[in-house]
Design a protein around this ligand. Structure first.
Ligand code: NAX
Length: 344
């Protein structure tokens, strides 16, 4: 008989029964990778009944640090963790992968422009796209976390042309979670009482946190959005500038919150979103809400575990339209930049 109360769950109380998932994590020894891996091994990404095989990809100079991460994972004795392989060969890393979490990239540092970040990172996603195409399982689902996520996902898609576009996503969940918290604080309710918030556009300072359809402590988010002074002068900037604020205060970019957001993105994609609610994810556009085809753009989505579905039929008010169009222009500009770099 268990000595634990039925509602008490520890990370090592897992009951493996489902088929194992092979998950490739790139940038495994970096800040976000290190924080994320313990959650994946604990069953928090694919569910407490799903064993995991970890494939960790790092650059050669970080292999020693990756060995240290493996030692610590072993030391947790996770019941779901079946097998760990570390490598600096992308094809080997993606061999048979059912999930790819692509974190490996350089973080933005003070004074770095978007063009510098694109130049430094986008080519990595061309290499990883080709490796996924060559080696991953047909059902592989990929999330790009390394910035700039939307452009990198576009590059990846171009270099993995046989991979269905619905299987390639970019994380916008950190923006989503940040917006949920700021709205909950404004309303004086716990975050559990905020639903149906949507992040639209690019994962950049132009992303638009849309609360017009939200439900906040039983009230309509539109009531809060009607206070346009607060909306435009406080709420939207607080979400848009949160990443820079973290760097300024912490001296490093977001780590715990980025790892948590990545875990949430994958969990909802594989295990399903909460009934009656939706979340936000960067997904391949095909003309929804006036967004041009062929962008990886954040939109409100639901999942039943089999894949993301864009929420349909939302009324977009003029203020929202203006913000969404600004972020779409940002995405189009990034697409031109990677085109000019010869990456797509
Ligand atoms: P770190 O520098 O701590 O870790 C990155 C790791 O990637 C390093 O260990 C590095 O050796 C590895 N790496 C570099 N090139 C690689 C390659 N070609 N193959 C495999 N591994 C490679 O950065 P960290 O703070 O973990 O951030 C990683 C990425 O996430 C950055 O691009 C960062 O900008 C981005 N972020 C994304 C967020 C989001 O919400 N999408 C928020 C946080 C973060 O800014």
């Amino acid at each position: 008989m268990s000595i634990l109360a039925p509602d008490v769950v520890r990370e090592t109380d897992a009951f493996p029964s489902a088929r194992p998932m092979t998950v490739t994590v790139t940038g495994a020894a970096g800040q976000i990778g290190y924080t994320l891996l313990f959650r994946v091994a604990a069953g928090l990404m694919f569910g407490a009944d799903t064993p995991v095989n970890l494939r960790l990809l790092e650059i050669p100079s970080a292999m020693r640090a990756t060995e240290g991460v493996v030692m610590e994972l072993e030391d947790c004795g996770f019941p779901l963790l079946r097998d760990i392989d570390i490598t600096s060969d992308p094809v080997r890393a993606f061999e048979g992968a059912n999930a790819g979490v692509l974190i490996g990239a350089k973080p933005r540092t003070v004074g770095m422009e978007r063009a510098d970040l694109l130049a430094a990172n986008a080519s990595i996603f061309a290499v990883h796209g080709r490796a996924i195409s060559e080696a991953a399982a047909d059902d592989v689902r990929v999330v790009v976390v390394g910035n700039p996520v939307n452009a990198n996902a576009l590059v990846l898609a171009h270099h993995a042309p046989d991979l269905p576009k619905q299987q390639i996503t970019a994380v916008s969940r950190l923006d989503h979670n940040r917006a949920v918290f700021q709205l909950a604080r404004r309303a004086g309710v716990p975050t559990s009482e905020v639903s149906r918030l949507a992040i639209w556009g690019n994962h950049s300072s132009t992303m638009y946190p849309d609360i017009t359809h939200a439900v906040v402590g039983g009230r309509s988010g539109a009531e809060y959005a009607a206070d346009t002074m607060w909306l435009e002068m406080e709420f939207i900037p607080s979400v848009a500038n949160r990443g820079s604020a973290i760097i300024e205060v912490r001296g490093q970019s977001s780590q715990g919150s980025a790892a948590f957001a990545t875990k949430e993105h994958m969990y909802d994609w594989f295990c399903g979103t909460r009934p009656g609610d939706w979340t936000s994810a960067g997904v391949w556009s095909s003309g929804e809400y006036g967004i041009p085809d062929g962008l990886v753009c954040s939109m409100p989505v639901t999942s039943d575990g089999s894949g993301w579905t864009v929420v349909e039929g939302l009324n977009i008010d003029p203020l929202s339209r203006r913000y969404i169009d600004t972020s779409i222009a940002d995405l189009l500009e990034e697409r031109e930049m990677v085109k000019a770099m010869g990456l797509i």
